[in-house]
Structures are given as C-alpha cells and as structure tokens.
Design a protein around this ligand. Structure first.
Ligand code: GLN
Length: 246
C-alpha cells in the first residue's frame, strides 16, 4: 500500500542496558504499531556501531547497573552531538532508569562521576540506600494511572523541567520531591521498569503518536482492544495507590 506508515525504533546498547525486562518495551511498541497496520522495525546498536539518527523515529535507552552505565557512558559522548540534534528536532526517546540518568549532565556515585549526555537539564547523585518499590503515578500525558517498579540508588533532580508524573505510591525521582521522571519535548525519562509500556498502553501510544506526527504530520491512532492491559494496570493501581499502605 502506497500510504503504509513506518516506524523505526533504535534500541541503544541492549546488551548492557536491559534490566527488568526493558526489552519488553520494544515488543510493545512493535506490536501496537503492527496491530494498526503500521510497519515497525527495530535496529539494535551495540558499542562501536554507527548510529544514523536520521533514520530513527523512536529511541529506547534502557536501564543498567552502575558498572554497565560506566561502560556505556564514554561511548555516549561520541554520539552526543547527533543525539542532541535528534532530541532538539523533536525525536522521540524513552529512557528508563540507568538510561534516564544518562540523559542528564552527570551521575555521581561512590565510584566516581559519569558524564551524561546533556540532553535534558537534570542530574543524578547516588544517595543512602536504594529506592525499591512498586510505583504508581498520575501523569498529564495520559488518563490512566502509570504503574511500574523502581529500583535505583541514584536520586535525580530535574531542575525546572516538567516531571513525567506525580507519585501516588512509591518514591520517584528522589527522596523528597514527590514527582517521578521527566518530560522534555518528545523525550520521556523515567525510573519505571516492569517493563513500562505493556502495563501502560497509553504511554506506548503517546510515543507512537509523537513519532508519527513528527514524520507524517497529524496522526489519529486507531483504538485497540486494551481491556486486558487496562485490567492489569487497574489491578496495580488498586493494590497500591488506592490504599496507600505499604
Ligand atoms: N544503576 C542505576 C542506579 O542504581 C540505575 C539502576 C537501574 O537502571 N535500575 O541508580
């Protein structure tokens, strides 16, 4: 068909940044495109590969341990200028946990300071103990609650940026803000694993919509039968956020 749309997803360093099923985010993006007759392709980039951001519509940067982040972070400096242009040109990015931390200017740990990508004005510093919890947010981007799981030693400070959501249950960016993640242009940075997108289909569609709009102009995504996804999401919401007991 002449008017078939196509989305190309770039998965950055999946061998190193793939904690708690972050790869499931790719499967979800692909499926939700294909179910609507939108072609979807994923290109995996490992360390040393050249990345042509001009062929990408969505970039996924997953979570990793401090050790893995350290390995990736020097490589990131080489792709920084192209990645920055992509973001400023409204390129869509979903960055999870370790990937989220690397969007900022630095991540300081007991082992040293990792230089970030400087794509979003934020920074992360390791704190006392790890923030490990189920987590529920209320986000402006969607009508459903956003649910997931967090496990991070870093505390992130987003300066004047817009958070991804307000924390209804769990910790979020740090010990005191009450907010989680960041939204900058078409970039979402978040601590939510799970993976994030299958449990939160409206977030997945937000990313696909932004990518299609950028590439083809106006886009109205055809609704899908999400009753199972919605039930799973609602179950977590009711289990944790409605009662607010830990
Ligand atoms: N290594 C980072 C931290 O502990 C991120 C961990 C993760 O991606 N789950 O803060």
């Amino acid at each position: 068909m002449a008017d078939t749309k196509k989305i190309t997803i770039g998965h950055l360093y999946p061998d190193l940044l793939n904690l708690y099923g972050d790869r499931g985010n790719i499967a979800c993006l692909m499926k939700r495109c294909m179910w609507r007759g939108i072609d979807a392709e994923t290109i995996e980039y490992n360390l040393g590969d050249t990345i042509d951001f001009s062929e990408l519509d969505i970039v996924l940067l997953g979570g990793g341990s401090d050790r893995e982040q350290m390995i990736v972070c020097s490589k990131l400096q080489e792709i920084q200028p192209d990645f920055k242009s992509y973001v400023e040109d409204n390129g869509v990015v979903i960055a999870v946990c370790g990937g989220y931390q690397l969007l900022g200017s630095y991540y300081k740990t007991d082992e040293g300071v990792m230089e970030g990508l400087h794509l979003v004005d934020l920074y992360t510093e390791q704190g006392e103990g790890r923030l490990i919890s189920n987590i529920v947010l209320q986000s402006d981007l969607v009508s459903m609650p956003v649910v997931g799981f967090e496990n991070h030693g870093g505390r992130t400070f987003i300066n004047g940026n817009k958070p991804f959501g307000k924390v209804l249950f769990g910790n979020g960016n740090n010990d005191e803000s009450g907010y989680e993640g960041v939204v900058y242009k078409n970039v979402i940075g978040t601590y939510l694993h799970g993976p994030l997108l299958p449990k939160n289909p409206e977030i997945c569609d937000w990313l696909i919509e932004r990518a299609l709009e950028r590439k083809y102009g106006q886009c109205d995504l055809e609704p899908l039968d999400d009753h199972e996804e919605n039930e799973a999401n609602q179950y977590i919401y009711e289990r944790f956020a409605e009662h607010k007991s830990r």
